[in-house]
Write a protein that binds this ligand. Structure first.
Ligand SMILES: Nc1ncnc2c1ncn2[C@@H]1O[C@H](COP(=O)(O)OP(=O)(O)O)[C@@H](O)[C@H]1O
Ligand SMILES: [Mg+2]
Ligand SMILES: [Zn+2]
Length: 252
């Protein structure tokens, strides 16, 4: 069966518009929709989050405090996605414990920006660093070599689980260069992390071999400079202490 040809532009992707007596060519809606569909396919969101959206982000009905707190996070993320790109800070940083829905919300926001026509890519932090490192190997494939370029240049970068990596000087330098570059060029960054920060509190408690409980700070993992630029360029959202969604769902 032949594909339906657009009735507005006849399949050219362009339509003629009259403005103040002059004719001009403008992209047809069908071409914009096609671009969005291609971008949605290329955004590398993992299968588990394929259908994550703001509409299917549920608030805990049995806990009024958590309901209000998570509802306010949802409102902030919705406003970020709606107002983008007309925002003072082009980024969004979600900080909180595992299972509170950070990646779900980050993907939902990414999808909305893509639907607006922006190019967006999902990168798991650790995976991105591995790919960038592999790119330095002369035998590596071109996709590895492109990972760093993408992280710098893509219109919207989603960095999931920021700081979930052992620290080396190389990691710190690489993250700092990505964040600084994006910040200087006002490129959007949506990031999630479960590390603690003095300005927002929280963070996952880890036990050292000696049995002492410590909270790892974001700045310890990505360096103070990257941390500072991140806060400068992002709307920072602290996830409330809600029960791990995977546990919550298992009970009902
Ligand atoms: N409030 C929520 N409503 C619906 N699904 C949720 C909610 N919070 C988390 N989830 C789902 O639970 C799983 C874990 O959430 P995730 O976003 O990965 O948490 P985090 O990134 O904070 O560790 C995902 O499958 C996610 O879609
Ligand atoms: Mg996550
Ligand atoms: Zn058309």
């Amino acid at each position: 069966m032949a594909e339906a040809v657009c009735a507005i532009c006849g399949g050219t992707g362009w339509r003629v518009v009259e403005r103040e007596g002059l004719s001009a060519a403008e992209r047809c809606q069908c071409a914009l929709e096609e671009r969005t569909a291609i971008l949605q396919e290329r955004c590398q969101v993992p299968a588990l989050y394929q259908s994550a959206s703001l509409d299917n982000f549920l608030l805990p009905q049995d806990n009024p405090t958590a309901y209000r707190a998570l509802g306010s996070v949802l409102t902030t993320v919705r406003a970020y996605a709606r107002e983008f790109p007309g925002l003072e800070k082009p980024g969004l940083l979600l900080i909180g414990e595992p299972g509170t829905g950070k990646t779900h919300l980050a993907v939902a926001a990414l999808r909305i920006l893509i639907a607006k026509g922006f190019e967006g890519v999902f990168w798991d932090y650790q995976n991105l660093l591995d790919r960038i490192r592999a790119g330095y190997d002369p035998n590596s494939g071109s996709s590895d070599r492109e990972a760093y370029r993408t992280a710098l240049d893509v219109e919207v970068l989603l960095l999931d689980d920021l700081g979930a990596h052992r620290v080396t000087e190389w990691v710190e330098d690489t993250v700092t260069s990505i964040i600084t570059y994006r910040c200087n060029h006002r490129r959007a960054l949506i990031a999630t992390t479960n590390l603690a920060d003095p300005d927002t509190g929280g963070g996952v408690t880890e036990r050292t071999p000696a049995g002492v409980q410590v909270r790892t700070l974001l700045a310890e993992r990505i360096g103070a400079r990257a941390r500072s630029r991140l806060f400068e360029m992002c709307k920072v959202v602290r996830m409330p202490a809600v029960e791990d969604y995977r546990v919550r769902r298992g009970r009902h």
